[in-house]
Design a protein around this ligand. Structure first.
Ligand code: NOJ
Length: 506
């Protein structure tokens, strides 16, 4: 078993690079791996410890890489395996670890397994997926719904059976009851770990197993913000207890490396269920905290969910603090309504809570959502197809500078998603301004290194006036003032390293 010192993630900062939108190196309007390499200096300068790359494997891109057609290669539009190896080496030289995105819940319908499964129902690959006969009246086998609100079942006309897809019809769900599927992923994990990949963000970690009897999902309680899907509680179509055994096995593999590999779950579940994925420190080391992401941006709202998180997690387990990703509105918009002072307050909080911080690209400059005109939208995961609002607003190109292309690609090249307004809010402009959000973020990451030093420190909420949230995080005392007014605070011992001001931070 690895020693405690080999847990590098408590107090560390990870940075999610949405590869297609970060840096285009070849002028095709899409970001790519060589672009990531070209911009690694930014991350070293900022002080992050590792990166999570959004999907890098070959894919028809029906769901922008979350529909994998080959788990052992790199998407040709993003680069080659050699580019990825070089990225890992270049990142390593800068002290940055590289995590990949692993999609084990489903494949692309273009994956050879599914092609075989549909082409030959007698093939052993058939049982890699979830098949069921129609109900007597021909309807899908049960009431499960896909992420776009349609039925989660599509009829395979050739065989007369339905197959399951919790996302798009071109993302058939894998059948985790089949030990062969389990074995495939064991091999895939080792393939990447052996190449030096430091870990995985695991897509839909709570979803792998489905109810063996395919029972109908019950109606979701109206209070249920997490885990509900179009009015149904995903009790049978996901969230099954059998998934825990998969993560216990993967954890053994991760821990078998001299530098233990990290398993970070996309756990879109309640706090108690999230804590369950840590189990007795023998499943996922880190889990995304969606109740925190969706908490009200108020002293009471955040203090409540943070206290509940600390109470729910087993002792010694490391929480994750994040509030933007490629599926949701960015926090400078969702929490801060575009007010940069509030976004700075959010960064202060995210960076000073004990545990692992995961920044999304652009968080460091308080990048907001971008309104994408209907004709330019690219996200299909919306009710009604390609014209819905979708998730494109949080996936637009990184604004590196004030030039027309924002430094993302060559001027004159059409980016895959439109640029937001970036004349002022861009990396270059903010680097030159000592009081910018970018420089605040950098100072916060340096503070994390000094104050947390790779340790999981303790958390304690302190008494505070209404509208102020005060807490101790190891040796740090943090006072976050949400009132928009000056508030007198009790005298504190120690140096003031950063101060919150009415509605903001400097
Ligand atoms: C969660 C991913 O973050 C999202 O982008 C994707 O559409 C679904 N899982 C399906 O893979």
């Amino acid at each position: 078993m690895p020693g405690p010192g080999s847990r590098w993630w408590p107090g560390a900062t990870l940075y999610q690079v949405y590869v297609r939108s970060w840096q285009d190196s070849d002028g095709d309007g899409y970001g790519d791996l060589n672009g990531v390499i070209a911009r690694l200096d930014h991350l070293e300068w900022l002080g992050v410890d590792g990166i999570w790359l959004s999907p890098t494997m070959p894919s028809p891109d029906d769901d922008w890489g979350y529909d994998v057609s080959d788990y052992r290669d790199v998407h040709p539009e993003l680069g080659t395996l050699a580019d990825l190896d070089r990225l890992i080496a270049e990142a390593g030289r800068r002290g940055l670890r590289v995590l990949l995105d692993l999609v084990p819940n489903h494949t692309s319908s273009a994956h050879p397994w599914f092609v075989e499964a549909t082409g030959d129902p007698a093939s052993p690959r058939r049982e890699y997926y979830v098949w069921a006969d129609p109900r007597p009246d021909g309807r899908p086998p049960n009431n499960w719904l896909a992420a776009n609100g349609d039925s989660a079942w599509t009829l395979d006309k050739a065989s007369g059976q339905y197959y399951l897809h919790n996302f798009l019809a071109s993302q058939p769900d894998l059948n985790w009851w089949n030990p062969a599927v389990h074995q495939e992923f064991t091999d895939i994990l080792r393939f990447w770990f052996d190449r030096g990949v430091a870990g995985f963000r695991i897509d839909v970690a709570h979803g792998l197993y489905k109810d063996a009897e395919l029972r109908d999902d019950p109606p979701a309680p109206s209070s249920d913000l997490i885990g509900g899907r179009y009015g149904l509680a995903q009790v049978y179509s996901a969230n099954r207890p059998e998934s825990h055994a998969v993560f216990r096995d993967w954890r053994k593999i991760a821990d078998s490396y001299p530098s233990p590999r990290l398993l970070l779950g996309e756990t879109w579940v309640t706090l108690d269920a999230m804590a369950g994925f840590h189990s007795e420190d023998d499943e996922l080391q880190l889990t995304f905290n969606f109740p925190f992401i969706f908490a009200d941006f108020t002293a009471e709202g955040l203090a409540g969910v943070v206290g509940d998180t600390m109470a729910a997690l087993p002792a010694g387990e490391c929480p994750v603090w994040t509030s933007s990703n490629h599926d949701i509105s960015r926090f400078p918009t969702r929490w801060a309504g575009g007010d940069e002072r509030k976004a700075r307050l959010a960064l202060l909080i995210l960076a000073t809570l004990p545990g692992t911080l995961v920044l999304y690209y652009g968080d460091e400059i308080a990048m907001t959502d971008v309104t994408v005109p209907v004709e330019l939208r690219r996200d299909p995961m919306v009710p009604g197809g390609r014209r819905g609002e979708g998730r494109d607003r949080a996936r637009t190109p990184m604004p590196w500078d004030a030039s027309p292309s924002g430094g993302f690609t060559s001027d004159g090249v059409q980016p895959w998603l439109p640029y937001g307004p970036h004349a002022e809010r861009n990396v270059a402009t903010q680097r030159d301004d000592a009081d910018s959000t970018l420089n605040l973020c950098r100072a916060l990451l340096a503070l994390r290194h000094r104050a947390f030093g790779g340790r999981l420190v303790s958390y304690e909420q302190l008494p505070a006036p209404a509208g102020v949230w005060m807490y101790r995080s190891g040796d740090l005392t943090v006072a976050a003032n949400f009132t928009g007014q000056p508030v007198p605070l009790p005298a504190l011992a120690g140096d003031v390293l950063l101060r919150t001001e009415p509605g903001g931070v400097h």
